[in-house]
Write a protein that binds this ligand. Structure first.
Ligand code: LLP
Length: 421
């Protein structure tokens, strides 16, 4: 459920008309609903209410400071994967004890920043990373709290580019080697083992792969405890999917997920952490674009938008489907036209949808891409020298630009021309 609905023929973001934001901000832009963000966070929070837990928002999905502050104030922790994300989370007022640091390639510098600034735990993914972290921690006179990310060799049944829990994926330590790796961790002076971490992929639309992975984690918890490790926290990753197309195959809800977690690991008495990104931010965001031209090609019509693959790369990168809807509600009984919906970037990959049946549109009309809150703005680039687009946050009848559109000079002047040229 989200808060982008038609009212009196106008697409709204909560109580603000999208057309009004477009008139003030210009297109294209991203707009987020604070009510949807909070609702989705709370669904997870409540789904784990049966135990001690922390919902750490995977801020890689949407990392604007205003969004982090909103979720942080509601009680969310953050899952970060770089020194940049760590700094962003801290700048948004999230305390270190609510930040978990994931990722396979943490540098010593990133480890130092997090250890000095405060960290809830590092999810470590390899022996060399453990050695480096122990070294940095000893140098600072502290112990780094860690979980080891295990790779359970489970098929997440999602797009190959976002599947992470098969043995051929680059993530985690093979679960078959976990006991020896934990023994090594326990022997390193700078590390304090506190738990186990697992994350098998993103946009999972079934609970079964999670269940298989969590069952393996539960078995491992018991083995590690028998080996003498104190396992008090399980980080179960993120990955629960969202409905991108409005058909009948909605993925399971956080409530179902929470109940499944309880069934699989509830008996262990561990504190539970999860790292959802997309389910919190995905349907909380729209990308709003304007139609520049409608062009007739050979046997097809192109809807040429002012947004492009540099603004939303998901269709080009993962063949992702986003519902695209007009900002003015089509009248009952209106005409449909099949359009190839494209951006102005000079490559054919800059195609958002092919032969998409849409209400007939004209130049100047506005459209919204639904489910664009996650992995939208954060994955954008300036390809074709197109400045990053603004982000807007709505709360009730208020809205604010939370990242403004840079000027062309700001973009261009980041380059320097050497004197010797
Ligand atoms: N935790 C870890 C360790 C992750 O790698 C990820 C996502 C998450 C949590 C959050 O997963 P989520 O709940 O958002 O599914 N750019 C791609 C998705 C990449 C996901 C990367 N890792 C897309 O647009 O579909």
């Amino acid at each position: 459920m989200d808060h982008f609905l038609y009212r009196d023929g106008q697409l709204m973001a909560e109580d603000v008309a999208i057309a009004q934001i477009a008139a003030e901000v210009g297109t294209p832009f991203y707009v987020y609903s604070s009510a949807t963000l909070l609702r989705h966070f709370k669904l997870f929070d409540e789904a784990l209410a049966w135990t001690d837990h922390l919902v750490c928002f995977a801020m890689k999905s949407l990392s604007n400071q205003a969004v982090l502050t909103l979720l942080g104030d509601a009680g969310a922790g953050m899952d970060v994967v770089s020194g940049g994300e760590y700094r962003r989370a801290r700048a948004a007022g999230i305390s270190g004890d609510r930040i978990v640091f994931s990722g396979i390639g943490k540098t010593r510098e990133e480890m130092r920043i997090a250890l000095e600034g405060g960290i809830r735990q590092f999810n470590v993914e390899s022996e060399p990373e453990m050695e480096a972290l122990s070294d940095v921690a000893v140098g600072l006179g502290v112990q780094a709290p860690i979980t080891v990310r295990v790779n359970p060799d489970v098929d997440a049944k999602t797009h190959a580019k976002i599947s992470t829990g098969k043995k051929e994926d680059k993530f985690g330590i093979p679960i078959s080697r976990a006991r020896e790796v934990y023994a090594m961790a326990a022997a390193l002076p700078g590390l304090k083992v506190i738990g186990i971490d697992v994350h098998i992929g993103s946009q999972l639309t079934e609970l079964e792969p999670f269940r298989l992975a969590y069952r393996k984690v539960a078995e491992l918890t018991e083995q590690l405890r028998a080996d003498g490790h104190e396992i008090t926290r399980l980080d179960l990753g993120g990955g629960l999917g969202i409905p991108y197309a409005r058909d009948n195959s909605a993925p399971p809800l956080p409530t179902d997920y929470g109940a499944m977690v309880q069934e699989e690991v509830g008996h262990l008495g561990c504190e539970i952490e999860i790292e959802p990104g997309r389910l919190i931010s995905g349907n909380a965001g729209l990308l709003v674009a304007g139609v520049i031209y409608v062009k007739s090609g050979e046997g097809r019509k192109f809807l040429i938008l002012d947004a492009a693959m540099n603004d939303l790369i998901r269709p080009a990168m993962y063949e992702a489907w986003h519902d695209i809807i007009p900002v003015v509600e089509p009248a009952p009984g209106h005409d449909f036209t099949p359009y190839d919906i494209v951006g102005p970037v000079c490559e054919s990959g800059d195609t958002f949808a092919k032969e998409r049946l849409m209400p007939t549109l004209s130049a100047g009309d506005l459209v919204g891409f639904r489910s664009a809150g996650a992995y939208g703005a954060v994955m954008s680039s300036e390809y074709n020298s197109r400045p990053l687009i603004p982000e807007v946050l709505v709360k009730g009848d208020q809205f604010a630009v939370i990242r403004r559109r840079p000027t062309f000079d700001e973009m261009i002047n980041r380059d320097t021309i050497p004197e010797w040229l």
